[in-house]
Each structure stands twice: as C-alpha cells, then as structure tokens.
Design a protein around this ligand. Structure first.
Ligand SMILES: Cc1cc2nc3c(=O)[nH]c(=O)nc-3n(C[C@H](O)[C@H](O)[C@H](O)COP(=O)(O)OP(=O)(O)OC[C@H]3O[C@@H](n4cnc5c(N)ncnc54)[C@H](O)[C@@H]3O)c2cc1C
Length: 639
C-alpha cells in the first residue's frame, strides 16, 4: 500500500468492525457540537441526508447546491429502487448475502470492510425512510414490497413505483428543511463550489460562485463534505441530468484529494437508443423492467422485419441463453457487453441498428396489462412519449448508455479523503461498488453515507483535531478567490470561435469511442493525444458570451467542460495502465470467451491518482492493495 493511502480499516472480523469502530471513535459532547461548523456541498440523497443528520446532532451546517431547490438534485431521477437486506421475502437474503453479492458484483475491486458496513446499515435506511413517510410500495397486507435487480437471486429492492429516488429525496429533503427551520442548517441554492480551501493541510472552506449574481463568495468551516454526484457527463451523452458535473470533486482533486479508479464507469444496458446528432441527453429505462421484460434480438443478421413479425423460434433471448441462472437479471456490465456483441455481429433491430428489444409480451399475457401498468406505468408512459411507440403493443428498443461512475475521490473507511477534514459521500466518492455497481445500490450507498456513517466519523475527526480559527481574510481564501476569478476572466476573454457545448460533444465522442464499453491500448493512447489537443484548443479558442457578474449558463458550462476534459484524460490513462478487465472496465486484450479477465496478481488494488500541479504534468498513480478474507477471490460467473 502506498504510504499516502491508509484505508484505516478497523481490526476484527468483518461483521464486528463497524460496531467496534463506532464505540472506539471519540464523541463531541452536545454542548460543543454547536461550536463546530460543517460545509456540505450537494443536497442530493447523500448531501441532504448528511446535512439533515449533522444538523440534528447540533452541528452548524451550511449546505450548497447548484439547483434552485435541493429537490432537483439528480437523485430525483432514480427510478427503480433501493436495496436492503431485510429478507422480507424470506428468500434467503441476509446482510452477508448482500455483502457477498456486492463484492462479487463489483468484480472484487471494492474494499470488503466498507461493503460489509453498507450491507449492515442498509436495513436502517428503510426504517428511516418509512419513519419519514416515504411511500415505499406495499403488498396487499401492508408489508413493504420488493422486486429483483441485476446480480442478485433474491428480491431485496424496495421501491416507490418508478420514482424511488424522488420519494427518498423528498424524505431526506424534508428532514433537512426541518433543520433549516430549526436554524442548524443554512441552505444556499444556485451556488457552485469552484474551489476548496485548505489551511495548514486541512479542508477549511470553499469558494463559491453565486450563479444568479455572479458574486464570488468564501465560506469557512471545520470540515467539508463533498456530495456532488458522479461524472458520467464526461461522455456528453449520458442518463445523468444536464447539470451533473465533476467540478467540485475535480477542484478538490487539484487541492490534494486523490482521484480513485476514474476508469470505472457503468454503462447501463437499458436506455433509449441515441436517435440523432443533435441529442444532448439520454433516457434510462429502469433495470426494474428486466424483472418482467425479456431481452432479445433476431437470430437472423440484418433482419429488417418489424419485431412483432419475428416468430418465437427466430428470436434469440441471449441473456437467458448465455446466463441461464441469472437470465435477464445478469448484472449491468455483463448485460451491456452482450447487447454490444449482438449489435456488432449484425443482429441489432431493424437490420442492424444500435438497439436490442426489451419485450413484455409474455408478462402481459401472464399477469395482464393492468399489473404491468401498476408496476411500471410511468416508465412505459415516458418511453411512449419519447419514442412514439407503445411498449404494451411492441417491444421497447434499448441500448447501453453511460449512467454511473464507480470511480471518484478516494476515501478511507471514515469516508475521509487524502485531505484531512474533507469527507466525500455518495456517487462522488469511489468507495463501495468496485468495478461495477449493482442496480439499486447507489441510493443505498448515498443514504448510508449521509445518515449512518458521516455523523459518526465527522464527530471523531472534530473531537481529535486541533482546529485553529480561520476567517475569509486568511491568505488561502484570498488566493482561492483570486484563482477562481482569474479562471472565469480567462474563459470570457479568450473570444475564440467554439462553444463549450461543441467541445463537450467532441470530448464525449472521444470518450465513448475509446473509453466506453470496450477499451484497448491503441484507442486509449490515441484518445489521450486527442484530449490533450482538445484541451489546448479549449484554452485558446473557447467562446463564452456574456459577463461574469450575473446569470451566465455559458460561463458555468465552460468551467464544467474544462474540468471534464482534464478528467477525461485521467480516465483514459487509468484505463490504459489497468492491464486487465474487471466489471465495467473491459480491456479488449484481456478476455476469455467475451467475459472480463482479471489479473489479480498485478491489479488487485485501488488506483488513486495525485495531481502534480498542472494539467501538463502526468499525475502520480498510488495504489491501495485489496484483500479478500471473507469472499473468496474467484472468476465471476452468472452462468
Ligand atoms: C436516470 C437514473 C436512474 C437511476 N436509478 C437508480 C435506482 O433506481 N437506484 C439506485 O440505487 N440508483 C439509481 N441511480 C443512481 C443514483 O440516482 C445516483 O447515483 C445517486 O442519486 C447520486 O446521489 P448523490 O447524492 O451522490 O448525487 P446527486 O443526486 O447527483 O446530487 C449532487 C448534488 O451536488 C450538487 N452539486 C454538484 N456540483 C456542485 C458544485 N460544484 N457546487 C455546489 N453543488 C454542487 C448538486 O446541485 C446536487 O445537489 C440512477 C441514476 C440515473 C441517472
């Protein structure tokens, strides 16, 4: 392990680590809590739950988001559900099985101790949500209902129709707003964090741009939590909301927070296919649909017949054929690759387009249209509205698309980054999913971090750390503010000929072609050169209209794209060095029969990258060795 990466995993057996650690951590007494301030960047599920819990404990919290309301955080879009090891179905689930499924699902590239804790606290999340009044689906008798998600053979996914994220976010948001009302949380909307301020080696504040007035503001705190979401929009086209960006995490990276496993990205198998050059957003069709939908293509290459004209014996239900034990519920990385193989071989819909079918005919015949509508009605309606096709009458067309990022800022067991006092939660950290996240586990992780982990570990940090008083006149704050203003001025004064949007699109193409579902040495090497050229062009030829002192979405976009370009290069470099295939990272040189071939001898580690002061300098790669004492390292099989 690198000297700089101490994961701080507590000793003891995996099932006792968190319990013992909670007892051993220092506490801040109630009267002292109100003397400590914590900044939370992001008010999605991870940030809102953290702000609410820290506020409830008595800390003085300042919470920031780029949206006009926390309810618009990208978490609102989550459709399918949230996992928890409640075993309500009595189908053999347990904390240990959820732990096992997650370690295996992540292709043995996550830390066992973190994953076990996640599975352990998953059960509390459901209780918390129910207590908040989140309307999770119920059976006729009143018990909470479950459905299945990929990579599991039990039903452990709790849901609220196709709007689980929205309902959970309303719960977390309400809890946070209660604290706003009580005065423990101050909420700042339409604010974008553009720098992290480090004083005496510790995170002590942030530099923020007020997106409405353009004012650059400075805020101090004793600790900072980043819960700013994932970076799938590096691909330009993704299922993420348009405002999702890496900027907060990237700025922290430049201030010393290592970025871990940037090449681990998730390409979700069931999205509405790209339909034109002018598209800027892709739409997810929830994985929950694979509970009742069957995925297939025509057995005949180049078949142009309408789906309903292709007879049963000429259909290849390839997931059921290749993975008989998991069938349509094979995990995402596996299902996405199989769709790509079918399309590459010429079996895509309508004579070879980039799409496969997701068909509900059998379930409708078995259960009736009403039951299917009850389960997925809003998703079917969304599909109909976007494509003009009725999925009750003909199969959906779907294709993989960028969706989630397992990589993120490196954190130790306490969710603390390599900068003391900077904690990272939710999709913004790299923690629990290894090289592939299982469906319905992101909501679980974000809420676990915010409700149940950070409230303990931040207290421990504050109780153990000598924190000198700082204010915004400190040199580090002045320097940070100056840096931000200089960068914004530079964007506005370049007066080149290309929009940030066009450069983002170009970056996305490079990333999708070379660092998407399949990656190889040649493609990654050429992508790095192309991205470096794009970066140069960005800084010499960007055109940002308008001014800095007011609302300027083009200026916001320019900053986000500049950061995506630097991140894109790091992702390709990380993918290039990782000479193995694991989970969503599929190096074409390393495969057996089309399946990922890991190299545990050389790569059973987390790679964490250290910024070296300039985008022109290669970053330093550090490693954290992973050990598997409970789930035996094995080749993942869903056959
Ligand atoms: C379409 C879709 C469906 C999904 N469905 C599911 C599902 O069913 N189950 C599941 O488990 N997962 C699902 N996921 C994944 C899951 O929704 C996300 O991983 C999760 O919601 C991320 O939560 P978060 O709190 O980490 O980040 P987000 O919800 O993205 O929140 C980020 C917050 O940070 C703020 N922010 C960002 N940058 C800055 C900045 N620079 N300054 C200030 N504030 C900033 C934003 O305003 C926002 O408040 C889905 C994802 C997508 C795209």
């Amino acid at each position: 392990m690198s000297v700089k990466l101490d994961s701080k995993i507590p000793s003891g057996s995996v099932d006792t680590k968190w319990k013992n650690h909670k007892f051993n951590m220092k506490l801040v007494n109630p009267a002292n809590k109100r003397k400590h301030s914590v900044i939370v960047i992001g008010t999605g599920l991870a940030g809102a739950s953290a702000a609410a819990s820290l506020g409830e404990l008595g800390y003085k919290v300042k919470a920031f988001c780029v949206h006009e309301s926390p309810r618009r955080a990208h978490s609102v879009a989550a459709q399918g559900g949230i996992n928890a090891a409640k075993n309500y179905q009595n189908d053999g689930d347990s904390v240990y099985r959820l732990f096992y499924d997650t370690v295996k699902g992540g292709d043995f590239r996550a830390r066992e101790a973190n994953v076990y804790r996640l599975a352990e606290v998953s059960v509390n999340i459901i209780d918390q949500a129910v207590a908040q009044g989140v309307p999770l689906a119920r059976e006729y008798g009143g018990l909470l209902s479950n459905r299945s998600f990929g990579g599991a053979q039990v039903s452990r996914t709790f849901y609220a129709r196709g709007q689980t994220g929205q309902q959970l976010l309303l719960g977390a948001y309400s809890s946070m707003m209660r604290q706003v009302d009580l005065g423990t949380v101050e909420l700042y909307t339409r604010r974008e964090m553009l720098d992290l301020v480090v004083v005496d080696g510790k995170a002590r504040g942030v530099i923020i741009r007020n997106l409405l007035t353009g004012e650059i503001e400075s805020y101090t705190a004793d600790a900072v939590v980043l819960a700013s979401g994932g970076y799938s929009n590096v691909f330009y086209l993704s299922t993420n909301a348009m405002a999702c960006a890496v900027t907060a995490a990237w700025k922290a990276h430049k201030k010393g927070a290592f970025f871990a496993n940037p090449c681990y990205t998730q390409i979700h198998p069931t999205c509405i296919p790209v339909h034109g050059e002018n598209q800027s957003k892709l739409t997810l069709m929830s994985e929950s649909l694979r509970n009742d939908g069957r995925v297939w293509v025509s057995k005949i290459k180049g078949d142009k017949r309408h789906a309903n004209e292709i007879p049963e014996n000429e259909r290849d239900y390839y997931l059921e054929r290749v993975y008989p034990s998991f069938g349509n519920l094979a995990p995402r990385d596996v299902a996405s690759r199989q769709a790509k193989y079918r399309v590459d071989e010429g079996h895509g819909v309508n004579g070879g387009e980039q799409a496969v079918y997701l068909d509900f005919k059998d379930s409708i015949n078995r259960l009736g249209e009403d039951k299917i509508a009850e389960r997925y009605g809003n998703l079917f309606q969304m599909y109909d509205k976007i494509t003009g096709e009725n999925p009750y009458k003909m199969p959906m067309r779907i294709y993989p698309a960028p969706h989630y990022t397992m990589g993120g800022l490196w954190v130790d067991y306490n969710l603390e980054s390599t900068i003391p006092g900077l904690f990272v939660a939710g999709e913004a950290n790299f923690s629990d999913h290894g090289a592939n996240r299982l469906g319905a586990s992101a909501l679980m992780q974000g809420l676990a971090d915010g409700y149940f982990v950070l409230p303990y570990t931040i207290g421990n940090y504050l109780a153990n750390t000598n924190l000198a008083k700082v204010d915004v006149n400190n040199d580090a704050f002045k320097h940070g503010k100056n840096e931000v203003e200089t960068e914004l001025k530079k964007f506005l004064s370049t007066k080149g000929s290309r929009s940030a949007e066009s450069m983002h699109k170009e970056l996305g193409r490079i990333m999708w072609d070379n660092c998407g579902m399949g990656r190889n040495k040649e493609g990654l090497t050429s992508a790095i050169t192309k991205i470096q050229k794009l970066r140069e062009e960005f800084h010499n030829n960007i055109n940002v209209p308008g001014e800095a002192n007011g609302l300027n979405p083009e200026l916001e976009k320019a900053g986000r794209v500049a950061d995506f370009i630097e991140l894109g290069e790091l992702m390709c470099r990380d993918a290039l060095v990782r000479e193995e295939s694991c989970g969503g990272h599929f190096r074409e040189e390393h495969q057996v029969d089309g399946e990922a071939k890991r190299d545990d001898e050389k790569f059973c580690h987390v790679a964490a990258w250290e910024w070296n002061g300039s985008a022109n300098k290669e970053q330093t790669r550090h490693t954290e060795q992973l050990t598997f004492e409970n789930v035996k390292l094995a080749t993942r099989s869903y056959k």
